[in-house]
Write a protein that binds this ligand. Structure first.
Ligand code: PLP
Length: 464
């Protein structure tokens, strides 16, 4: 019988990249083997899946993290997009430490939750009232509930490939079940109440409004799926705004990643399109667990003990032990204060733009027909699965179809990530990542070297 270690060696076992990775990360391999005995696939989040195994990190600071074998990495995983300030920003740490010392749960209201919400309403154009949650998944779950309760309608429109967390309404059409059929464990009635449209296709949305009279809301990632991996055509958000208004349906921006990243007011401030509801998580809570739903006062008032009745509705129930707990509120308030009072978003975006350009120069010089793109502080690498003719210096993702941009050749993308790790860089599996204010010019120069080294390894392995 194959051992667990043998099992996780597949499918990349003959690669020189895998051999070099194993040599560099023996303690991570050991921990991955143990993890397989307690976690499905040895993982606690699907996006961390890496073959033959992922690194195990011991500590992190600024733009860097260190694994259990003592290897140092420049980090673009960025806490799944939550760390625009980098790891352990001194002001966020100090605020979190003070909160830890003062008590992590009072079972009551406390001042920092108010200051935190006040900042959100100041920064985010759609934000009139706020209700905190403990994750982005909870925030999008509540957004759909509010939309249905307010409109009295049942159907939700989503876009293929857009991610909104893992609750039942969001499961089909992200990475599978693009026909809208339910994923395992999801009721068919729930899946049936969601209409999936091709991303960026205003005609499909318009057709859905003609077909169904019961559409409560349209929800989307305002930059396009996976933080702009599949960007929208220009004007799409404004067209959606007009269409939802014309049909008395709500528009929900899922700004879990884009909120406080693409601008202090999120994508809605950047593009000047204000949704009815906005969901937030990640940066909003300063790198510790948290989330929020915010938006129009009359919509959020459906959670209000007194005011729901004034709208002729029964109050929507909402609990959550850790909502706005003092630790999260302190970290969130410290992070948003920095974002409101300094040029965090611009600084991270400037560094990302320099990195995108430098990576583009590398693939152009190397004759690798890939694309590098992304909005603000986000990096996407298009590995051109269909072998189209590309000039990397002028690659425009809008020329590609959704399927092509979202298609990730597993063998190549896993090997790219491993080769980058060997060279001291941790990218996400998109592939790409997010840039923080902690990334310096030296980090960017090192990343570019590492990327060039990774391409050489991929070439030796026959991948490009
Ligand atoms: C756009 C978007 N929405 C919602 C979520 C879910 O957030 P959480 O992981 O906090 O549940 C994510 C998480 O990555 C996300 O990227």
């Amino acid at each position: 019988m194959a051992s667990t270690a043998d099992a996780i060696a597949q499918p990349l076992s003959n690669s020189t990249i895998v051999a070099a990775y194993r040599e560099k990360t023996p303690t991570s391999q050991q921990l991955a083997t143990e993890a397989r005995d307690v976690f499905p696939s040895g993982l606690t989040h699907d996006s961390r899946h890496l073959s033959p195994y992922g690194i195990y990190v011991d500590h992190a600071k600024g733009s860097r993290k260190w694994d259990v074998d003592g290897n140092e990495y420049i980090d673009y995983f960025g806490g799944h997009g939550s760390l625009i300030l980098g790891h352990g920003h001194p002001e966020v740490r100090a605020a979190a430490h003070r909160a830890l010392d003062g008590g992590t749960h009072f079972g009551t209201g406390h001042e920092s939750e108010i200051r935190w919400a006040q900042l959100i309403t100041r920064l985010v154009p759609s934000a009139e009232l706020v209700r905190f949650t403990s994750s982005g998944t909870e925030a999008t779950h509540m957004a759909l509930r509010v939309a249905r309760a307010f409109t009295g309608r049942r159907r939700i429109i989503r876009f293929m490939g857009h991610f909104h967390g893992w609750h039942d309404h969001m499961a089909s059409g992200f990475s599978s079940h693009f026909d809208g059929s339910p994923t395992p464990g999801v009721l068919s009635e729930v899946a049936e109440a969601v209409t999936l449209c091709p991303p960026g296709n205003i005609y499909a949305v318009s057709k859905a409004f003609e077909t169904y009279s019961d559409i409560a809301a349209v929800i989307l990632e305002p930059l396009g799926s996976q933080t702009g991996q599949v960007p929208h055509p220009p004007g799409f958000l404004a067209e959606l705004r007009a269409l939802t208004e014309a049909n008395d349906a709500l528009l929900i921006f899922d700004e879990v990643v884009t909120g406080f990243r693409v601008s202090p007011g999120g994508a809605q401030a950047l593009y000047g399109v204000t949704p009815d509801l906005t969901t937030l998580a990640k940066i909003v809570s300063g790198g510790v667990p948290g989330g929020a739903i915010t938006g129009r006062r009359d919509l959020l008032e459906l959670l209000d003990f007194e005011k729901a009745a004034a709208h002729g509705k029964t109050k929507i129930g909402h609990q959550g032990t850790y909502n706005a707990n003092p630790l999260t509120a302190a970290a969130g308030l410290a992070a948003l204060t920095l974002i409101a009072e300094t040029d965090v978003c611009e600084t991270a975006s400037r560094s990302a733009s320099a990195l995108r350009k430098a990576l583009r120069d590398v693939i152009t010089e190397d004759g690798v027909p890939w694309g590098v793109y992304g909005e603000s502080s986000v990096i996407h690498i298009f590995t051109n699965p269909n072998g189209r003719s590309i000039d990397p210096s002028s690659f425009d993702p809008l020329e590609c179809q959704f399927e092509e941009l979202a298609l990730k050749p597993k063998e190549l993308t896993h090997k790219l990530r491993l080769a980058l790790l060997i060279n001291g860089v941790d990218f996400t599996g998109w592939p790409g990542g997010t840039v923080s204010i902690a990334h310096t010019n030296d980090d960017i120069a090192e990343t570019v070297e590492a990327f060039a080294g990774a391409l050489r390894m991929l070439r030796q392995d026959g991948e490009i």
